[in-house]
Design a protein around this ligand. Structure first.
Ligand code: NAD
Ligand code: MN
Length: 489
């Protein structure tokens, strides 16, 4: 048995000195128009809406709302650029533009990270060390493919599809924009992209970069707005391909809308990943992996390890170590370099998370939340874990999209595979064990697009990502990520 160690409490025993990043590293305009046909255009809707900092509820900027006319203008601009310029351009030339965007993102990395954190609520450490570099990596990676498509698909002929409508969520705003735009451009398509309504600013900064990079006008159009704008994009008759990341609910609506049309689609939807820890695993590393898996980015991660399955023999010890570790997590100002858990992205999302925490309690599970003093303004949720949980409980079956972990136990490999696969989702999973053969057995039988072994939430531009079942279909990233943007004959 592990010796019980006294846990130092961040809020009572000791504290780090604040180490804030400076908001002045970012230039944010008071108001943004739409980026269509290479220039900033006033919305025909005439409407603008506010975007706020979820850590203090202060207004950051106002962005344009797009109606059907605005969407139509953006799609026409993308069509024109496709027919007249982009599809005719030599692939190596297209690659040069994409490389240029990647380099410019690196040059502006600090500003992009600061804006991502101010508007999204995620810790600056994450936007600085993960979101922005990984977004740039995607552009570098796909720039490299632009003139090598014949090698990617030997003995086949490939052609672009045309205009791609791309709709992205608020949890990784810049990274999702990169996941969508980079492969579309490398394969010769043009783009209309819409960020989520609570996180428009880094996409608009990317529009500035694209303008500075002198990309031919209309190849990338970035328009802002909420769900209705997305509906108009999906239903526009001159769109060839829809790339969507977001909720399963909206994914289903999109599938209904495009049934019977020639529009291609990839949908990257929700998840409810199982993190499975066997008794032979390196326990302390697994504790870190579980913490990273579900509390990273406030749990606003479709592949978050929100279900933890512990082999019975280690459950008690593991849960104690996990609680001790969770008690040291620092919740607070996302701009502080010490912060582990930042602000919940919106009031709406916070309400959803709090609703699920109530459901967990009502279902009879035992809740653990470390004591931490949360700021008065803004949207916050302490790291939360539930024990005494049953497989059929809603907090096990449904996506919460917050820093909430449900802990269950198991005895055998077969039992845990059955339980892990028993949700409507199938995006990702994690396996912690010292046994190589067990890793192979598990990865083969887990119905999840990504299975991490002795690690979690690792991403690389060269690695495909995507789901099974209600987590959607199609793959983004890697060689696989080229396919959904091409006609392959
Ligand atoms: P959402 O699916 O409503 O929004 C995602 C994007 O789709 C946004 O840009 C939004 O404006 C747009 N959109 C909304 N309705 C649309 C429609 N009918 N047609 C076309 N586009 C539309 O997600 P949300 O409401 O912001 O979040 C709700 C839940 O979605 C979360 O709690 C979480 O479970 C899930 N989610 C998943 C991911 C992911 O990465 N898979 C990301 C964000 C949210
Ligand atoms: Mn929604």
């Amino acid at each position: 048995m592990a010796k019980k160690i006294k846990t130092l409490r961040f809020d009572t025993d000791w504290q780090y000195d604040p180490a804030p990043e400076s908001a002045s590293a970012a230039k944010i305009n008071a108001q943004y128009d739409l980026f269509i046909d290479g220039r900033w255009q006033k919305p025909q809707s005439g409407k603008y809406f506010e975007t706020i900092n979820p850590a203090n509820e202060k207004t950051l900027s106002r962005v344009a709302g797009s109606n059907e006319k605005d969407v139509d203008r953006a799609v026409r601009s993308a069509r024109q650029a496709y027919e007249k310029v982009w599809k005719k351009m030599a692939p190596a030339e297209r690659g040069k533009y994409i490389f240029r965007i990647a380099r410019m993102m690196q040059e502006k990395a600090r500003e992009l990270a600061v804006i991502e954190t101010l508007e999204g609520g995620k810790p600056i450490r994450e936007s600085r060390d993960f979101d922005v570099p990984t977004a740039a990596q995607h552009f570098f990676y796909y720039a490299g493919w632009a003139d090598k498509l014949d090698y990617a698909f030997p003995n086949k002929k490939v052609a672009p599809l045309g205009v791609a409508a791309q709709i992205i969520p608020w949890n990784f705003p810049l990274l999702m924009a990169a996941w969508k735009i980079a492969p579309a451009l490398a394969t010769g398509n043009t783009v209309v992209l819409k960020p989520a309504e609570t996180t428009s600013l880094t996409a608009l900064k990317l529009a500035e970069i694209i303008q500075e990079a002198d990309l031919p006008h209309g190849v990338v159009n970035i328009i802002t707005g909420a769900g209705k704008t997305g509906v108009a994009m999906v239903n526009h008759p001159d769109v060839n391909k829809i790339a969507f990341t977001g909720s399963t609910e909206v994914g289903k609506i999109i599938q209904h809308s495009i049934a019977g049309t020639n529009k291609r689609s990839t949908l990257e939807l929700g998840g409810k990943a199982a993190n499975i820890v066997f008794e032979d695993a390196a326990i302390d590393q697994a504790v870190e992996g579980v913490v990273n898996g579900v509390y990273f980015n406030q749990g606003h991660v479709c592949c978050a390890g929100s279900r933890l399955y512990l082999q019975e023999s280690i459950a008690k010890e593991f849960i104690q170590k996990l609680k001790d570790r969770v008690a040291t997590l620092i919740v607070g100002d996302p701009m502080d370099k010490n912060t582990d858990i930042g602000a919940i992205n919106s009031k709406n999302q916070l309400d959803t998370i709090l609703k699920y925490i109530q459901i967990g309690k009502k279902e009879g599970s035992a809740i653990y939340q470390p004591a931490c003093s949360l700021p008065k303004k803004g949207f916050w949720c302490p790291p939360t874990l539930f024990t005494d949980v049953a497989q059929s409980n809603r907090i096990v079956q449904e996506e919460i999209f917050g820093p909430v972990l449900a802990i269950l136990t198991f005895r055998t490999d077969n039992e845990v595979i059955e339980k892990a696969n028993n949700t409507p989702y199938g995006l990702s999973a994690g396996v912690w064990t010292d046994k190589g053969s067990r890793i192979f057995n598990m990865t083969r039988r887990l119905r999840a697009g990504v299975v991490w072994a002795n690690t979690f939430n690792k991403f690389d531009a060269a690695s495909p990502f995507g789901g099974y079942k209600e987590s959607g279909f199609g793959r983004e990233g890697g060689l696989h990520g080229l396919t959904p943007y091409l006609e392959i004959i």
